[in-house]
Design a protein around this ligand. Structure first.
Ligand code: MLT
Ligand code: ZN
Length: 387
């Protein structure tokens, strides 16, 4: 997403793909300890066979490694329910720049002994150490999962639907994702996925996960009756079986893939106040006019995370200059984040100042010098070249 793992000049590439062993699993607490090269989807299967789920899920689950997920502090589709990896990771083993093995691979829920060093490496994108093993807490596998795919007439209705969802579904709400009409057109055109509801300006995917099918169905039915009856929705469909649930999720999860087939993609991953979240998409659409093929907005609405993507025939500095710094300044003006979940990597490192004050940037630089004095760990990434 931001070139965090892409070598740019003279780097040596480390692969952890042979470090793919589960080291232990506690079937009472759900604490999983595994090596960094385990593929997320394989871990999901492993824990699901034992009645648990991974607290993290994302479109790239079939190829991404858990070590990379932690190093980049991946957000993904279960964030709303299980929170950030900063909460679910219990411990890490990290190799430091001088070869020291830092063994903080605890499986304890609570450990308040001094600085929480693992947090330094979560989201450091490999710039402070190499994560070699991860201990994380897996929640119990929900007994009942439902997915509702809904059409909304406008963004105000998307927000109101989210409010209603939280009020009426409460503890069983596990995901609230949104996509606009242009996203739906693109997954239709490039991936041949059919829209399951009446064409609408916006679509919402609501997932519930609970422990009692009857109770969850009752809540979901009451929610749908209310929202359909009050004009918040244009249409809706519900899936309870695994095949249809996967089909509905694919519409949302595969937007990135559809975009990449549409042309050159300018990608932005922003945290914004919910009320203003879609205003940026409309503003960018108006600024670019015919200069872009598509300007789309989608993302993890429940987390206040917008993915603003622009496709064009090819890369052009004219389009880039229309987009930047406008998008970053607009976001900073809302006190948002210029990278909600994708990190900074190589592409966004110079944007750090839009979301962090100079004092925070200085401290980050000091930590980098302390832990990696020779600058050998994922060089040219995360920190701005000049500060
Ligand atoms: C997603 O949520 O699908 C990805 O994080 C978004 C992207 O490709 O921008
Ligand atoms: Zn995302």
């Amino acid at each position: 997403m931001v070139g965090g793992s892409v070598p740019v000049f003279d780097e040596i590439i480390l692969s952890t793909s042979l470090m793919d062993q589960v080291l232990s699993f506690q079937d009472v607490s759900g604490a999983l300890v595994c090596q960094a090269g385990c593929v997320l989807e394989r871990l999901s299967q492993f824990v699901e066979e034992r009645g648990f789920v991974m607290p993290l899920d994302l479109g790239a689950k079939g190829s991404c490694h858990i070590g990379g997920n932690v190093a980049t502090h991946a957000g993904g589709l279960r964030f709303l329910r299980y929170g950030s990896l900063r909460g679910t990771v219990l411990g890490l083993e990290v190799v430091l720049a001088d070869g020291t093995v830092l063994n903080c691979l605890t499986s304890l829920r609570k450990d308040n002994t001094g600085y929480d060093l693992k947090q330094l490496f979560i989201g450091s994108e490999g710039t402070l150490g190499v994560i070699t093993a991860v201990s994380l807490l897996c929640p119990p596998k929900p007994q009942a999962v439902n997915v509702a795919f809904l059409g909304c007439p406008g963004f105000a209705e998307v927000l109101q639907t989210f409010r209603t969802c939280r009020e009426m579904l409460g503890e069983i709400l596990s995901a609230f994702e949104f996509m606009d009409a242009e996203c739906m057109q693109l997954v239709g055109r490039h991936l041949h996925l059919a829209c399951p509801v009446r064409e609408s300006p916006f679509y919402v995917l609501v997932e519930t996960s609970g422990s009692s099918a009857g109770h969850d169905a009752e809540k979901l039915t009451a929610f749908l009756e209310h929202t359909l009856g009050s004009g918040l929705l244009t249409d809706g469909t519900v899936a309870t079986d695994e095949r249809r649930i996967k089909m509905l999720w694919a519409l949302r999860e595969r937007i990135t893939e559809a975009l990449s087939r549409d042309g050159y993609v300018y990608k932005y991953d922003l945290s914004l106040p919910l009320e203003r979240l879609y205003d940026l998409v409309s503003a960018v659409r108006a600024r670019l006019g015919p200069g872009a093929r598509h300007v789309v907005g989608y993302g993890h609405l429940g987390d206040g995370n917008l993915h603003l993507n622009v496709t064009a025939d090819a890369f052009s500095t004219a389009v880039l200059d229309t987009l930047e710094p406008f998008v970053y300044e607009w976001t900073a003006g809302q006190r948002g984040s210029v990278s909600a979940e994708h990190g900074l990597g190589f592409k966004k490192k110079d944007m750090l100042g839009y979301s962090k004050p100079p004092e925070a940037q200085l401290l980050m630089r000091q930590l980098k010098v302390l832990l990696d004095p020779k600058g050998i760990l994922n060089p040219y990434k995360v920190l701005p070249a000049h500060a």
